[in-house]
Design a binder for this molecule. Structure first.
Ligand code: KIV
Length: 286
């Protein structure tokens, strides 16, 4: 039900005919061709609490947590148990602030390659932790696993292009689909994902023209990261978009805030105040 002030019974604002945040895979799919989808990859309770107060449509617990949280060079160390633990933390953060919205969790490294029984176990772990859907990288060789999960009632999001779990086979973190043959192959994979029943797909690091063509070719929303403005939505990792990630950042990352600078200033102020004994003040003491 939508009230006359444009807010529905769940407290969601409506703008231009669409709800500002997405609470289910059905709403996600319905956005295709209507309004761009904003998705953020987050890993912690505090990030989720901030997201819950935002107009970001939906949230991914990405296996980028291995690199972002643990400082690893790859995503391989994000096991099903680690993914479930962070999914639960993010679900609590979204729920606590009343900001419930579509929560997708990444299927960890090789978890879709050990047969359907293993995939079902991993999906159960992630959905019990609070995810409503899982994201699986690639399609060749595990389309049957994806289809089995979908038919079991587990919504699956695809992920094509630069798939970090196959970084070694790809020869590094490189743009994919640059030649006509590679672009055609991406299109084939996107169609295979669609046939397997995914409700959407991430396109990572592919030329904008290829992503635009692919977006037009499939019936489900595409979410780009380093894939140009022609996708149905965009995703960034929260620490990247807040300017909290140290070191060199990829070209596709825009820092929408300077939280790293604020954090450095805050730490310097704490150190100075502690050294000068101006912290804690009387009103901060018992
Ligand atoms: O792991 C992740 O955070 C992701 C997004 C960057 C799409 O897969």
């Amino acid at each position: 039900m939508v009230w006359s002030n444009g807010v529905d019974t769940a407290g969601r604002a409506r703008q231009g005919g669409v709800f500002l945040m997405i609470t289910s895979v059905l709403e996600f799919r319905a956005r295709k061709g209507l309004a761009p989808i904003g998705m953020v990859s987050a890993h912690t309770h505090w990030e989720a609490a901030l997201l819950a107060e935002s107009a970001v449509d939906c949230v991914l617990v990405g296996d980028s947590l291995a690199t972002v949280i643990d400082g690893e060079a790859t995503t391989f160390s994000a096991t099903p148990e680690i993914m479930a633990r962070h999914t639960a933390a993010v679900a609590r953060g979204l729920g606590a602030a009343g900001g419930r919205r579509l929560l997708v969790a990444d299927f960890p490294f090789l978890a879709a390659r050990r047969g359907t029984a293993h995939a079902v176990e991993v999906a159960a772990l992630l959905l019990r932790a609070g995810a409503q859907a899982v994201k699986i990288e690639g399609v060749d060789g595990h389309a049957d696993v994806i289809a089995h999960l979908v038919q079991s009632g587990v919504p699956v999001m695809g992920h094509l292009g630069l798939t970090p779990q196959t970084v070694h086979a790809l020869g590094g973190y490189k743009v994919q689909g640059k030649t006509a043959a590679a672009a055609d192959d991406l299109l084939r994979q996107a169609r295979a994902l669609e046939a397997a029943g995914v409700f959407g797909m991430v396109l990572e690091c592919v030329p904008a023209a290829v992503a635009t063509e692919l977006t037009a070719a499939v019936s489900v929303p595409t979410i780009g990261i380093g894939a140009g403005a022609g996708c149905d939505g965009q995703v960034l990792v929260m620490t990247d978009l807040l300017g909290l990630t140290p070191g060199r950042r990829p070209r596709f990352v825009r820092e929408f805030a300077r939280a790293g600078e604020a954090a450095r200033a805050g730490l310097a102020a704490f150190a100075t105040a502690t050294a000068a004994r101006t912290f804690p003040a009387a009103e901060e003491s018992y």
